[in-house]
Unconditional design. Structure first.
Length: 133
C-alpha cells in the first residue's frame, strides 16, 4: 500500500504515506463547497507535476555529474467544467542559479517534460512551460 486516505468530515481528508507516516491534509476548494484551508486533491495533482519535474531533473543531474542548485517550480492550475477537471497547467521553472551550456539546458527541458507525472495526466490537459535559466 502506498497511502491511506481517511475522510475526516467537512470535505477534508487526511492522507498518510504508509512507509514514512508523513501526513497531508486536503480540503475541498472554495469554488467547490469547501473552505480552501489546505491543498485540494487537484492542487496535489498540479503540485505533483512540478515536484516530479524537479525530481527527475535532480536524478538526471546526479547521474551526469551536473550541479543543480536553487531550482524552483511555480504552478498555476486552471479548472474546467463538463466534467470538472484540471484543464490547464502553467509550470514556471526557475533554474537561474545554474550556469549550464545551451546543450545542457535543452536536455534538462526534455528530461523535465518527460517526467512520470507528465506521462500520467490526461492528453487533453493543456500544459505550458516557462523556463528561466
Amino acid at each position: 500500500m502506498t497511502s491511506r486516505v481517511e475522510y475526516l468530515d467537512g470535505l477534508r481528508t487526511k492522507c498518510t504515506h504508509v512507509k514514512s507516516g508523513t501526513e497531508i491534509y486536503t480540503d475541498a476548494p472554495v469554488d467547490n463547497n469547501g473552505k480552501g484551508e489546505s491543498f485540494s486533491p487537484t492542487d496535489l495533482v498540479a503540485t505533483a507535476y512540478g515536484s516530479c519535474m524537479l525530481t527527475i531533473v535532480g536524478i538526471y543531474c546526479e547521474k551526469n555529474n551536473i550541479e543543480l542548485k536553487g531550482a524552483t517550480a511555480g504552478i498555476v492550475k486552471v479548472m474546467g467544467a463538463g466534467p470538472r477537471r484540471i484543464s490547464a497547467l502553467t509550470v514556471e521553472v526557475d533554474f537561474s542559479m545554474n550556469n549550464w551550456s545551451s546543450e545542457t539546458k535543452e536536455k534538462i527541458q526534455q528530461v523535465a517534460e518527460a517526467c512520470p507525472v507528465a506521462q500520467s495526466v490526461h492528453d487533453d490537459m493543456e500544459i505550458t512551460f516557462k523556463y528561466t535559466f
